[in-house]
Write a protein that binds this ligand. Sequence first.
Ligand code: PMP
Length: 432
Amino acid sequence: MPTLDTTALPPESLLSETLRDDFPILQQTIHDNKRLVFLDSAASSQRPRQVIQRVQDLYERDYANVHRGIHVLSERSTDAYELARQKVQHFLGAKQDHEIVFTAGTTASINAVARSWGDANLSAGDQILLTPMEHHSNLVPWFQLADRTGALIRHIPLTDDGRLDLDRLEEVLGERTKIVAVTQISNTLGTINPIEEITQRAHAAGAVVLVDAAQSAPHLAIDVQKLGVDFLALSGHKMCGPTGVGVLYGREELLDAMPPFQGGGSMINQVRLDGFTPTGLPAKFEAGTPPIAQAVGLGAAIDYLTAIGLDKIARHEHALVQYAYEKLQGIEGLTILGPSPEHRAGVVSFVLTEPHAHDIAQLLDLDGIAVRAGHHCTQPLHTLLGIAASTRASFYLYNRPAEVDALADSLGQVAALFRPSGRKRRRKEAKS
Ligand code: PMP
């Protein structure tokens, strides 16, 4: 029998029970009638009907290429696309709508800054300050920039429980630090990082700050002016929006001074036989046909999330995580990665003494539970923790306490099956 902490009581659901009905994909059963328990939203969330419908409406009624045609459909499509930009502006608390650039996602946004701002501002011996909990998307573009320029990579150390050790920030933040690139929420540890404090201290040292908001924008209210950040990157598909669209927020002065990172249609003021002059913000950074329907879908996702309220969503997820943390801790042989619930968002990664993370995910899948296994694109963090892989359950607004129960029950059974007594039982069963 699994050893479960029976003292953990399910939290009251803070969000309406009917909200889940907005998500058609969650209404299915899999593997012989098991109800789907989707706990992989940190990889990509699901979308509500309202978003799917908005994209369909655009394609059925209003779609044409933007900014080009002098005809009704092009005007409607352009209006919808630019309205989506304004929705992102308000969602992030940006001063101007032209500080919002549509990209293909967080990865594309960070690469754009590393290429455009990085190449123009860094030289040999300058320093790029990262953290060991970054996703590969917020590591590799900076390594590539360091290779191109001769800049050096530094890291903010971690505390033993997986938070940034800001008491030691001065050891790595100095006058040669040109940029601090940090995630607001770790996609593996769930740690919520104190961006406002980091930004204040980075600015005092003369560095700019880029925030990877891939895991935070879907889950908590962001105000770029209050946080004081210079750049911020997010992905639509993690926040109930379509794939293929993301956002780069940049402060106007910085974006204005940056060269375009891609060349092509729409980003020019004038093209001659022997050269070109770029246009202004934000078109300067949106070469070619942009992700029109995806951006409009992202606007609908923002409407959906803000109608519910980001604060409510954050509190709902926090209650789920607290509950999951308590229940999972009762499972013998299970170790949860990262800090205690008060410092974390809706991500719980863990390891079992046995079996391997991939086997755990496969066994949970047989019970209808979708989780992630592997290094979650945070290989350096896993190396630092001395593990090759972990299993990750991640929660979003549509998850319910009963799904935490299902996870804990199934995991308890997996753990029991791989304990020495369970192994003997399995061998006996295999022989008979
Ligand atoms: N940063 C973090 C913290 C992430 O979790 C992810 C997605 N797993 C990314 C960046 C990359 O996002 P995308 O693949 O949408 O570009």
